[in-house]
Each structure stands twice: as structure tokens, then as C-alpha cells.
Design a protein around this ligand. Structure first.
Ligand SMILES: Cc1ncc(C[n+]2csc(CCOP(=O)(O)OP(=O)(O)O)c2C)c(N)n1
Ligand SMILES: [Mg+2]
Length: 562
């Protein structure tokens, strides 16, 4: 029985295209699965095998010439790697996990992909069809697995017969590739992987986008044209739809500052005179009379929606119709892919007189000074930036320097700044970086992580060494869940469960077969990162640090101003 995610229609399996007479024309469900992945452009699978997936892995082995399998040490890493791969490359990520505990392990990665609008297909095993949800206690059985998956994906479906497999995979891919990109899940029980059927491949229907409402776009163009101080706000949706050139074009035509959300960093180069971010974002939002928000939740640094004065006009473009009106109802809302809408919009804008914005350069200087004052996070973060080429990818972790990076680290190219979004999933750092590196072997990938976050998934250093994935991991070691410890001290005046006794990180890295180094201070860090990029294979750089000052009062200040 195929099943669907929230708001999605259930997929119906197509009947045979005529009777199948020749047994040799038949394919197993497992072969159909692999062929369906290939037909969707998936050439890379992050997976961890187990009995219910044996036929699927066997089929992958037979197509080893077309699909590369990266096996990990924990299913958490399969979904994180698929997410990093998808966000760095713009291609579909794919993870393959056994049912029950395997699916549960992969869910934090799927939740992160959901939060970051990332295209990850989870292929989940199941127990045999007759045992599903029957409560018999067969291996890996958990009730309502599909419903559970549905809470972290846009759409999920089950193939109940081998001939369903291409249909369900095609629908999952259509869901990921149209509208708001988000993860999807496909469940295939082992008896379905083993059974055979003669069936044709189903190509995903990718033209299902709603047509753009031209009159609303014209309204937006008119309001932007008449604005004294237009502001463009850009989020991850601009990156996901590869609309960065269109964004720059629009901003330059309008001479409008562009406020980048942390997920939108890289949508306009940090070197662009119109690119803004950071704690003084509230000044831009307060100062604007017309605001165009594209591919963004319209959230302030604290995660709350910006509050506007009645005379300010909000215009929104988003691929997700629910996002368009959530919490704040805009003056004009256009449901559209950011790239398609921005391209049309730039053409609708006649040349305009200069805007009334003044002092933008001074504002940028003030932003920089504020963010640069967060030390030692700023010096350590900038040491990494200096060591890296413009197009290097930074996976910024749930650690003190990582928080600073959300507004302080200059990003010059699209898809080069990857975080865990509103999910804040500690432990995503290393596996996400590995996936990003697999997705972009031509780029250098650096991961920043705390000593706490690193040990969530340290076992994946083995994956990095085994598969030759040359990431650089910078671990800031304060022997603590530092963020928690600081909060405990500030709020309760006592400590619990936040001190950490760590292994020797350098020797640990070396025992995996990776390179290890320990350095102190920004200069030594810059040097060590440069050196790591010159060498072979993965490298870990430990940076012993003390307790760092709370960056959040500055990072969150925009909220208080609105
Ligand atoms: C999966 C998950 N579990 C728990 C948390 C809560 N949490 C947020 S920050 C943090 C401490 C992180 O410690 P570390 O990685 O060493 O970074 P530091 O703050 O010390 O730089 C914890 C436990 C979380 N964000 N995600
Ligand atoms: Mg720490």
C-alpha cells in the first residue's frame, strides 16, 4: 500500500503495461530500485547494509559501474552525508538504511535536511510485507515506520509490489524536485526486493510547478520601483534554486541592499557592495519601506518572524505556499521557484531613480566592528577563512566559533557554507562535511566542531580514511559542552553534566589513519589548515580553547530592535 506524507496524495501503483510473458524480461524489485535511482540521476548512495536490504545491496554490487556506495559506521552518518552531498552539489542525496533502528538512527539527518530544505531521498528497509505493523516482534520491526518517517520528510511512500518501485521512487523524486525542495522517503520490504515483475521505468514528472502569477509579479515590480528604500531579504531558497546571478541582477537594478539569512549566505558574495547580514539587520529592516523576501522564512536571528510597521510593505516569493503566509501575511505573495521569479522580475523593472538609502557603507562598518568584537571566535574563524580559497566549503558546527560564523564568516560563493539550520543538530558536522566533500571533490572542505559534537560521530573518521575523503576537521576543545556550561553558570549558578573528559584527539585521529595536529591560537591555526590542504587524506586539527564569551547577545540583538 503506497502511502503519502503531509499534504501529498497517495501514489497508486500502475498496472502492468500488458501481460508479461517472458520471465527473462522480468526484473527484481531490488534491480528496479537501483534502475529507478539511476533514472533519477542518483549515482551515489550512502548506506549501511543489513538483512532486509541484502537484495538491494546485491543489486548495487551488480551496478557498481554506475553507482558508488559509501558505507558508514552509523546510520546517522548516511543521512548527514547525503545532506552534505546534496547541499554542496545541488544533486539529489540518497541514503539507504535498514528498518527500525537503522531508520531511527538516520532520522536526525533527515530532520536536518528538512530544516535546511535539502533534497535527500531515504530508501528505508522494512520487515516482510505480511509482518508490517503486525506486532510479532520480527527483527527490526517498529510499528508505523512510514508515519514516523513522515514527520521528517515532505513525502513518503511504500512499494508493496516490485512494479510499484519505479512509481514510488519517481513520485519521491518529483516531490523533492518540485516546489520546496525537502527530503522524501521510500520504503521497500525485502519480499518486494526479491519478487520480480516486468515493468517499465517511470520518469519523474518535473513540470508540475504551478505557473507564476504574472500579475502579482508585476505588482511586486511596481511596488519595488516606487520604493524609496527597497530591501531584498534572501534565504536558502535562493541557493537551492541556483538563483544567485538573478539575485545580484535584481539587487543592482534596484540598488537595494540584500540582507542574507545564515542559510542564505553565499547567495550574494560577501564582497558585493550590497551584501549585508548580521546583528544590525534590524536597522535595514526598520529603515526599509518595501521589503522583498525571497526563499526565506523571514526570520530574525532569534528565529522569530520580523515584525513590521503597518506602513511597511512586505512582498514574498517562495516555493512553499505555507511558508508564504506563515505568521506574517505579506502585501503580495508569489508562489514560485526563486530563480524563475527573480529572472522575470528583473525584466519587469524599468530603470529607477536613486534610492533614499544613505550610509550603507557606514552601516556595514558598524556591523563588522560589532561582529569582530566577539573574541576569540572572530580571530579563530578568520584564521580559517584566510587559509581557504574562496570556493572552499565550510561546515560550521554547533560550537562557539560556528555560532560566530553564521554572521561573521565571509562567504564568497554559493553552496560553500553549510550548517544545521534551525534543527541545531549537534554531531552533524563531520559526516555532513564528508558528504559535501564527496559531492564536490574539486573543492576543499573544512569542518568546525566542538569536542562535544565531534564525539557524536567520531567513528566516521574511519569512513573518511576508508573511502579517501580528504576533509579537514578543526575541533575546538574546551573539555566541555561549552555552550551548555556557560548557560548553566549564567542562569543557575551551578554546573551539571556539561564537563567532558576527552581522549587525546591527535592520537585518536592517527589511530584511524588520519593526520592529527594540535595548535594554539589563530596564527598557528591558519598555518595548520593550510598545511592540511596540502597533504593527503583527512586531517584533524585540535585547538585547545578556554571558555569563550557569550556571542548571542550581539548575534541576536536584531530581535530586540524590531
Ligand atoms: C543532538 C543535540 N543534542 C543536544 C544539543 C544541545 N547542545 C547544544 S550546544 C551543546 C554543547 C556543544 O558542545 P561542543 O560541541 O563541545 O561545543 P562548545 O559549545 O563547547 O564549543 C549541546 C549539548 C543539541 N544542540 N543537539
Ligand atoms: Mg566544547
Amino acid at each position: 500500500m503506497p502511502s503519502s506524507g503531509p499534504g501529498a496524495t497517495a501514489t497508486q501503483a500502475t498496472p502492468h503495461n500488458g501481460p508479461v510473458t517472458e520471465k527473462e524480461n522480468e526484473q527484481s524489485g531490488a534491480d528496479l530500485l537501483v534502475e529507478s535511482l539511476l533514472a533519477s540521476g542518483i549515482r551515489t548512495v550512502f548506506g549501511l547494509p543489513g538483512v532486509q536490504l541484502d537484495p538491494a545491496f546485491d543489486a548495487l554490487a551488480r551496478r557498481a559501474d554506475r553507482v558508488r556506495v559509501y558505507h558508514t559506521r552509523h546510520e546517522q552518518a548516511t543521512s548527514y552525508m547525503a545532506d552534505g552531498y546534496a547541499r554542496a552539489s545541488g544533486e539529489l542525496g540518497c541514503c539507504l538504511v535498514v528498518p527500525g533502528p537503522g531508520v531511527l538512527n538516520a532520522m536526525s539527518g533527515l530532520a536536518t535536511a528538512y530544516a535546511c530544505s535539502s533534497q535527500v531521498l531515504c530508501v528505508a528497509g522494512q520487515v516482510n510485507s505480511q509482518h508490517i505493523d503486525a506486532g510479532r516482534g520480527v527483527l527490526h520491526e517498529i510499528p508505523h515506520q512510514l508515519e514516523m518517517l513522515r514527520s521528517v520528510v515532505k513525502w513518503s511512500g511504500r512499494a508493496s509490489r516490485p512494479e510499484d518501485v519505479p512509481v514510488v521512487v519517481a513520485e519521491a523524486v518529483r516531490q523533492m524536485r518540485t516546489g520546496r525542495p525537502r527530503p522524501a522517503a521510500v520504503e521497500v520490504p525485502p519480499d518486494v526486493l526479491d519478487a520480480t515483475a516486468g515493468t517499465a521505468m517511470t520518469a519523474p514528472e518535473l513540470d508540475g510547478r504551478p505557473p507564476i502569477d504574472g500579475s502579482r509579479l508585476e505588482q511586486i515590480a511596481g511596488l519595488l520601483h516606487g520604493a524609496e528604500r527597497p530591501l531584498v531579504m534572501a534565504g536558502g531558497g535562493v541557493l537551492q534554486s541556483d538563483a544567485t546571478a538573478d539575485l545580484a541582477e535584481l539587487a543592482e537594478r534596484l540598488e537595494a541592499p540584500v540582507l542574507l539569512s545564515p542559510n542564505g549566505k553565499g547567495a550574494l558574495s560577501a564582497r558585493h557592495r550590497l551584501a549585508f547580514e548580521g546583528p544590525l539587520a534590524g536597522d535595514l529592516v526598520n529603515g526599509a519601506d518595501v521589503i522583498l523576501a525571497v526563499g526565506t522564512r523571514f526570520a530574525s536571528p532569534g528565529g522569530w518572524r520580523w515584525r513590521l510597521r503597518p506602513e511597511q510593505q512586505l512582498l514574498r516569493i517562495d516555493a512553499d505556499p505555507e511558508e508564504l503566509t506563515r505568521d506574517v501575511v505579506p502585501h503580495v505573495a508569489v508562489e514560485a521557484d526563486a530563480q524563475a521569479a527573480l529572472e522575470l522580475l528583473a525584466d519587469l523593472l524599468p530603470p529607477r531613480p536613486p534610492t533614499a538609502w544613505r550610509g550603507l557603507d557606514e552601516l556595514r562598518e558598524r556591523v563588522r566592528a560589532e561582529v569582530d568584537s566577539i573574541e576569540p571566535q572572530h580571530s579563530l574563524g578568520m584564521a580559517i577563512r584566510r587559509a581557504l580559497p574562496d570556493d572552499a566549503i565550510l561546515v560550521h558546527g554547533m560550537t562557539q566559533v560556528g555560532y560566530w560564523s553564521r554572521v561573521g564568516y565571509p562567504v564568497y560563493e554559493p553552496r560553500t557554507f553549510i550548517g544545521s539550520g534551525y534543527q541545531g543538530t549537534l554531531g552533524f558536522e563531520l559526516p555532513t562535511g564528508l558528504g559535501a566533500q564527496v559531492g564536490r571533490p574539486d573543492r576543499r572542505v573544512v569542518v568546525t566542531v566542538g569536542d562535544g559534537g565531534l564525539l557524536f560521530n567520531i567513528q566516521e573518521l574511519a569512513t573518511a580514511v576508508q573511502h579517501g575523503i580528504p576533509v579537514t576537521v578543526v575541533v575546538f576543545n574546551d573539555n566541555a559542552y561549552g555552550n551548555v556550561r556557560r548557560m548553566q553558570r549564567q542562569r543557575f549558578g551551578r554546573l551539571i553534566a556539561s564537563d567532558l573528559r576527552n581522549p587525546d584527539f591527535v592520537r585518536l585521529a592517527e589511530s584511524f589513519g588520519a593526520r592529527g595536529a594540535r595548535v594554539e591560537g589563530p596564527e598557528a591555526l591558519e598555518h595548520a589548515v593550510r598545511q592540511s590542504l596540502d597533504g593527503e587524506g583527512p586531517a584533524l586539527i585540535e585547538v585547545p580553547v578556554g571558555e569563550m564569551p557569550d556571542p548571542f547577545p550581539i548575534l541576536m540583538r536584531a530581535r530586540a530592535r524590531t
